[in-house]
Design a protein around this ligand. Sequence first.
Ligand code: G3P
Length: 217
Amino acid sequence: MKFFVDTADVAAISELHDLGMVDGVTTNPSLILKSGRNILEVTKEICDIVPGPVSAEVVALKADDMIAEGRKLAEIAENIAVKLPLTWDGLKACKVLSDEGRMVNVTLCFSANQALLAAKAGATFISPFIGRLDDINVDGLELISDIRIIYDNYGFETQILAASIRTVNHVADVARIGADVMTAPPEVIRKLASHPLTDAGLAQFTKDWAQTGQTIL
Ligand code: G3P
């Protein structure tokens, strides 16, 4: 499963990228707001660090305007994936931009039927939001499973990009189901390394080592 990092924080992306943990990046208008940066400038910086797909989201609501914004965002770098909302206009824009050979990430997906439409419109990625479904007592993981089954039934090549990941358990869960990609905030990716038994084991080893009186270097 590919790891995308869900942030516009260049320092965090850079740190995780140096560790080999970043196959791509996803951003959205809320993350651009949080970064306090200009969308074109910060996205260019991210693309200079990460060679994999970097999703940059349009903000227009009408298909023609989305297409124009998408083309402008795609000029930033070759690895831009234009992010479009899963609306009828978004699907129209998806078809046009995909036919032009651009990567498209269709976002704000909350149902299997929506995912089916995005695949038919030629999306490169579909982004089902797990956490936001969990927020309203709907099983987000079940949606990932349903989309996996449907795409496999018909050989759709659209990649399932599990988004709105809030917990470390979400990551293992979507990997088990077979999501192609997951995108998570940097803090969730860092937490994947944590385990209390690792901490306890290391504390014991450190204590015992001190008693040997030895050094390695
Ligand atoms: O990738 C989509 C993601 O940014 C949404 O996450 O936590 O705002 O639901 P969240």
